[in-house]
Design a protein around this ligand. Structure first.
Ligand SMILES: Nc1ncnc2c1ncn2[C@@H]1O[C@H](COP(=O)(O)OP(=O)(O)OP(=O)(O)O)[C@@H](O)[C@H]1O
Length: 237
């Protein structure tokens, strides 16, 4: 099995793919064209951990979704190394991985299958995918839960399975929505170390968070309020 030399979850370093650029993005929804994002212009560089903060409902999840190609902007563009992330269907490019707040796990599959399936979808053969899934679960201290159906797991356990799935593919871009919200301090440190390893191998890593400790661990910090970028200040714990 080809396990990364560093012991990190994802495959070894390769040259960075280029920045994730959000240029003058607005998103209006509904008959009243309510603005969820208002001319957001921000660059997420490879090799750096970026925090995205802001009050609940300020647009963090929406911005991650537009940046990664799950949602089409009404105005402006989101590009990765110059190519649009939106492909016309809400199906993200394989270079982009999400760890979503609602986890997006398949409840009736086991934890291992949920991670393995992400690799198989990218062309990794079944035996290797299972082996790499096992290793990724171990990194997040949930290897013993590999056979368990996801619907039997606690919130924090599900969150770690979702992180294993997001990180195992070694995507060029990792967009994580409040990835530590259900975790104790020890597991939060573990997750931050894994996110740092992703950035160190050249990935673009963006973390939407309310957690001051997560913001403090990031290289860059952007803040949203009512769909607009505002000056970012350190969060108070
Ligand atoms: N599909 C949608 N249609 C209409 N409004 C939406 C839609 N998705 C989100 N919203 C609204 O857009 C705003 C921004 O939501 P978003 O989930 O991006 O905020 P957030 O900053 O991630 O919040 P939280 O910290 O609570 O996760 C909210 O007011 C939300 O109700």
């Amino acid at each position: 099995m080809s396990r990364p030399a560093s012991g990190a979850v994802s495959p070894p370093a390769r040259p960075p793919v280029g920045p994730l650029e959000v240029r003058d993005v607005s998103l209006a929804v509904g008959p009243e064209r309510r603005l969820l994002l208002d001319r957001v212009d921000v660059t997420f560089p490879p090799g750096r951990l970026t925090a995205l903060s802001g009050p609940s409902g300020s647009g963090k999840t929406t911005l991650l979704s537009v940046a990664g190609g799950l949602l089409a902007p009404s105005e402006g563009t989101a590009t990765l190394a110059g190519s649009p992330t939106w492909r016309g269907s809400g199906d993200p490019r394989p270079e982009v991985a999400f760890v979503l707040q609602v986890y997006g796990l398949v409840p009736v599959l086991s934890a291992r299958e949920n991670v393995s399936v992400a690799l198989r979808a990218r062309g990794v053969r079944a035996a290797e995918a299972d082996e790499r899934a096992e290793a990724a679960l171990a990194r997040f201290h949930v290897a013993d839960l590999g056979d368990r159906q996801v619907e039997e797991l606690s919130g924090g356990q599900m969150q770690r399975v979702a992180l294993a799935r997001g990180l195992v593919v070694g995507a060029d871009v990792l967009l994580a929505d409040e990835p530590t919200s259900e975790l104790d301090e020890g597991n939060r440190g573990l997750v931050l170390a894994e996110l740092r390893a992703e950035a160190d191998r050249g990935a673009v890593v963006v973390v939407a968070t309310h957690d001051p400790a997560v913001v403090a661990a990031c290289d860059d910090h952007h803040a949203l309020d009512e769909g607009r970028l505002v000056p970012a200040r350190p969060l108070v714990g």
